[in-house]
Design a binder for this molecule. Structure first.
Ligand SMILES: Cc1cc2nc3c(=O)[nH]c(=O)nc-3n(C[C@H](O)[C@H](O)[C@H](O)COP(=O)(O)O)c2cc1C
Length: 274
């Protein structure tokens, strides 16, 4: 059921919804948009019809105009976006405190708006929102990694984890989680249209929004390998379903560092086709 509802008083019959539907299931009949019952299954729940309607005449899948954000002159400026993108950094130095739960909820809710292939939207956000829990998980992971190091049992190419374990054992330096108080693992069922890109895009969205709010983030390849490959008990403990691909992992929290300027990068390598 699509729950496609049209406010006949508001609809001006402009046809924008029909023209923008990516699966072309909206037809204009007698000047009004309709979706034939036999086409309902083809809807990908993207809500383009709802979003494009200037008069707010459409509701679908229960979406209400009052709950969405108006786009009239509300977008950040290009200069603000450029600064945010260039100012974003990997944070590896965190304050030893939890973020407020409402802030974490907000970050996750906004990241949930990231695009996904076929609009599958079947990602799972596994979040550690208490630094004490992450501290325990770190201990558990390091204990397993210590055994692997002791027995020389890291898979080929992963032998460098022995040094990571040693840094933890001898100096309590946390190279894996980078001392972040929180962790976000994004996973998706293998049978999604694009589980890996969907996960990465959600994390990239999460990161930019987080950093706009002064929350530090770090893409965490080492934690991803630890969870997905080296320490199966950690994956189990995190509750990531068996049929899920572990897309990627990000540490986050209040930064203990502040950067004064953006990086200066080499020009992009561009292959311009003429
Ligand atoms: C896919 C990916 C995996 C990464 N894994 C780690 C990691 O395990 N540990 C870490 O400290 N940084 C990690 N990083 C951060 C990169 O080292 C960092 O983004 C890069 O040095 C550029 O610095 P910047 O993010 O501050 O611009 C990762 C980044 C990416 C994109």
């Amino acid at each position: 059921m699509l729950n496609f509802e049209l406010d006949h008083e508001k609809c001006v019959g402009c046809g924008l919804c029909a023209a923008d539907c990516p699966v072309a299931i909206i037809a204009m009949e007698a000047g009004l948009p309709v979706i034939a019952a036999e086409n309902e299954d083809r809807c990908i729940r993207c809500l383009h019809c709802f979003a494009i309607c200037e008069s707010g005449a459409i509701s679908i899948h229960g979406a209400r105009v009052e709950e969405s954000l108006s786009l009239d002159d509300n977008l950040p400026t290009p200069e603000q976006m450029e600064l945010l993108i260039k100012a974003r950094r990997a944070i590896r130095n965190y304050r030893n405190e939890n973020l407020e739960p409402a802030l974490i909820d907000r970050l996750l809710e906004v990241a949930w708006h990231a695009p996904s292939g076929r609009n599958d939207r079947r990602l799972m956000f596994t979040v550690v929102d208490d630094r004490k829990v992450l501290a325990r998980l770190r201990e558990e992971a390091m204990a397993v990694l210590s055994v692997l190091a002791g027995e020389g049992k890291f898979p080929p190419g992963m032998e460098f984890f022995a040094d990571i374990v040693e840094a933890w054992q001898t100096q309590k330096i946390d190279i894996i989680f980078r001392g972040a108080p929180h962790l976000l693992v994004v996973s998706a069922p293998y049978d999604c249209a694009s589980p890996l890109p969907d996960s990465i895009i959600a994390l990239a969205t999460f990161e930019l929004f987080a950093q706009s709010l002064g929350v530090g983030t770090v893409w965490n390849g080492l934690a991803k390998i630890t969870i997905a490959d080296l320490v199966p008990s950690l994956r189990l403990r995190l509750g990531i379903p068996e049929n899920h691909l572990v897309g990627y992992v990000m540490g986050f929290g209040r930064p203990a560092v502040r950067y004064a300027r953006t990086a200066v990068r080499r020009p992009p390598m561009i292959n311009r086709v003429r």
